[in-house]
Design a protein around this ligand. Structure first.
Ligand SMILES: C[S@@+](CC[C@H](N)C(=O)[O-])C[C@H]1O[C@@H](n2cnc3c(N)ncnc32)[C@H](O)[C@@H]1O
Length: 372
């Protein structure tokens, strides 16, 4: 019989994918053993059944699957911790509950419609962040990812968002594509990404980076040069045979903190905060027209400081999205680390903060919305 394995929480969506040894078990035999264990009349009997099951999962044990047998595959650490939890339960009811959970995981994948996280094995996705505070020590610099474009975000941001809010083969829109970080992550994760960027030189750069990275899932990664406030995203998607998108990731300029170009359509050149918010709103509307109902939009933005006052740009931008048919799902605060090159500047800001009575920005936001 051919080996039939479940769609494992494997690369690229799974935590620890490839890193940890796995255990292949005979699925039906394991389910039977767990049913027997759960039918135990008392805790000592259940523990005895668990002892037998633990022997069975060891190398050479009766539950181990041969190469040609249908198998359920567990990361070894996960399996051991699940079994240990059953053994440590203080009541029969609790032990049965833990055994039931392991049984569910053995039966197969259970995923939500908007991602590929197997909820029966939710414990194995340790690297999918669910807290609202993101402390990302080190930028992912693997493959073609580079930190030298001033203003690009760390690849972990689009990586986390795509794994939470899309399935393989779905479409992601990035209307402020910059040097293509989202496209590169999409390429690795098997998501199609349509990027739009105002500066033609950056479009070329993003295309070069994408071309230099392997495309294991053969996804489409078009990068268009244009003004995202005045584009028909549905028409752009149609050029690639798609009718809509399932996620949008917006990383606009943080108003005028960094001037990205001299182009008056560039949001970083908006002459006032109100104009900036209005332009951002137009981009949100353009993107929303191509996004499926019930799907997600993420806005990555920070605050700014002007004329001696903290301007809550993040929250103002958040409201601009909410006003355009989106329900707020989360406010994530992400840390900002200075690069070595900026260290001297940081010292200066620290001095200015001490003099001026304010705090230096060390965070930005990832706002997560769902289209109503
Ligand atoms: C914060 S950066 C995005 C960086 C990107 N996430 C990356 O990792 O490379 C904002 C980008 O928005 C672009 N931009 C500004 N106004 C735009 C507009 N109206 N349409 C399209 N892109 C725009 C800028 O040129 C800049 O590259």
């Amino acid at each position: 019989m051919a080996s039939v394995e479940p769609p494992a929480p494997a690369a690229p969506d799974g935590a620890n994918a490839g890193a940890e040894p796995s255990v292949r078990l005979r699925r039906e035999a394991l389910l039977e053993a767990l049913d027997g264990l759960r039918a135990s009349p008392d805790l000592p009997a259940l523990r005895a059944a668990l002892g037998a099951l633990c022997v069975g999962v060891e190398p050479g044990g009766g539950l181990r699957a041969a190469d040609d047998e249908e198998a359920v595959v567990f990361p070894e650490g996960l399996l051991r911790s699940e079994l240990a939890q059953i053994g440590a339960a203080l009541t029969l009811e609790r032990a049965r509950y833990y055994a039931g959970r392991l049984r569910k995981a053995a039966r197969g994948a259970r995923t939500a419609p908007i991602n590929e996280i197997d909820l029966n094995r939710w414990k194995s996705y340790g690297d999918i962040v669910t807290d609202s505070l993101w402390l990302i020590e080190r930028r992912d610099g693997s493959g073609v990812h580079r930190a030298d474009y001033w203003g690009n975000f760390v690849p972990q941001i689009p990586n986390q968002l795509m794994r939470r809010y899309t399935r393989r083969g779905e479409w992601v829109l990035d209307p402020f594509a910059g040097a293509g970080t989202t496209l590169i992550e999409g390429q690795r994760l098997g998501r199609h990404v349509l990027g739009v960027e105002l500066q033609p030189a950056l479009v070329e750069r993003a295309r070069r980076l994408v071309a230099a990275e392997p495309n294991p899932f053969a996804v489409a990664l078009p990068v268009v040069s244009g003004d995202s406030a005045a584009l028909d995203f549905r028409a752009l998607l149609a050029e690639h045979g798609a009718t809509s998108a399932q996620l949008a990731i917006l990383h606009p300029p943080y108003h005028d903190i960094i001037r990205f170009s001299d182009d008056p359509r560039d949001l970083s050149n908006a002459p006032s905060l109100d104009i900036f918010l209005g332009l951002l709103g137009r981009v949100v509307q353009a993107v929303a027209a191509a996004l499926d109902r019930g799907r997600y939009l993420a806005l990555v933005i920070g605050d700014k400081y002007a004329r001696g006052e903290w301007v809550p740009l993040g929250f103002l931008a958040m409201q601009a999205v909410q006003e355009r048919g989106f329900a707020l799902k989360s406010i994530v605060v992400k840390d900002i680390h200075g690069t070595a090159g900026k260290r001297a500047q940081q010292e200066l800001w620290r001095y200015r903060a001490l003099v001026g009575g304010f705090y230096v920005f060390r965070h930005e936001y990832v706002f997560v919305f769902r289209k109503r």
